[in-house]
Design a binder for this molecule. Structure first.
Ligand code: NAD
Length: 260
């Protein structure tokens, strides 16, 4: 068990990658907090985990763009379990438009969820991690933290920004035992990606099959999607790593779509 009794908050964990991370963390002995927009969906995901790990999953309703809701959610976790050992800031959405048509309100919404969300959740957990002298913060980046694609100006901007934030947390937290790292997944078949397939087909004037084969997987070494379980393994590696040797880093898991 690599995370025995560790309290781990995973945002956006009612679906997709976050859900897979919470499930793997629980299987490794963690007490997991499913933090998501919708209390009902978060509770359903927590109940699924609690069925095999009784007492080790709780749901928290949290819009990560709201300072009030983030602070209230973290306070709920502290009241229930006393501390926070791991934060996975994972909640995210995608909105695609060419830049000249990108509605300003949607740009601001994207930056709020990805960047304000990472800032607010990190800010809320850090005092607890500093008080106990240990903690691991994992920000969910993307290949788009290091590479660009057309139509994704807000996403690419926000995901690049997360690397800067993680490096600052790593520098500020180092002497207090807190590490911060970024995971950079390639395309994973989740609701976030399924929604983009018809949207990109329409905007690029190609078929949905071509979006998958050429746009999404064309650059990979084997034409395969990364899976949520692959990303959960990386999230476990970062969460359970035992020292500051691994901090301020970002790791690509994308079937070789992007190499550095
Ligand atoms: P998903 O749509 O399956 O899950 C996202 C979850 O985030 C949902 O449960 C949703 O309710 C929640 N969420 C959205 N806005 C929120 C908010 N304001 N507050 C709290 N929760 C909110 O998506 P996913 O594919 O699992 O994406 C998870 C993360 O992984 C995102 O940050 C995404 O950018 C990143 N990512 C995904 C892929 C991919 O190909 N799927 C690739 C690289 C990075």
């Amino acid at each position: 068990m690599k995370l025995e009794n560790k309290v781990c908050i995973v945002t956006g964990a009612a679906s997709g990658i976050g859900k897979a991370i919470a499930a793997l963390y629980a299987a490794e002995g963690a007490k997991v907090v499913i933090a998501d927009l919708n209390k009902h969906a978060a509770q359903a995901a927590a109940d699924e985990i609690a069925a095999t790990h009784p007492g080790n999953a709780m749901a928290v309703a949290m819009d990560v763009t709201s300072e009030e809701q983030v602070n209230a959610g973290v306070a709920e976790v502290i009241a229930a379990w006393g501390t926070v050992d791991v934060l996975v800031s994972n909640a995210g959405i995608q909105i695609v438009h060419p830049l000249e048509d990108y509605p300003f309100a949607e740009w601001k919404k994207m930056l709020a969820i990805h960047l304000d969300g990472a800032f607010l959740t990190s800010k809320a957990v850090l005092p607890h991690m500093y008080a106990q002298g240990s903690g691991s913060i994992i920000l969910m980046g993307s290949v788009h933290s290091k590479e660009a694609s057309p139509l994704k100006s807000a996403y690419v901007t926000a995901k690049h920004g997360l690397i800067g934030l993680a490096k600052v947390i790593a520098k500020e937290g180092g002497k207090k035992g807190v590490r911060a790292n970024v995971i950079c997944p390639g395309f994973v078949r989740t609701p976030l990606v399924d929604k983009q397939i018809p949207e990109q087909a329409a905007q690029l004037g190609i078929s949905e099959d071509e979006v998958i084969r050429k746009v999404m997987l064309g650059g990979t070494v084997d034409g395969e999607f990364t899976t949520a379980e692959d990303i959960a393994e990386v999230a476990l590696f970062f969460a359970a790593f035992g020292s500051n040797a691994l901090t301020g880093q970002s790791l690509l898991a994308s079937h070789g779509w992007f190499m550095e």
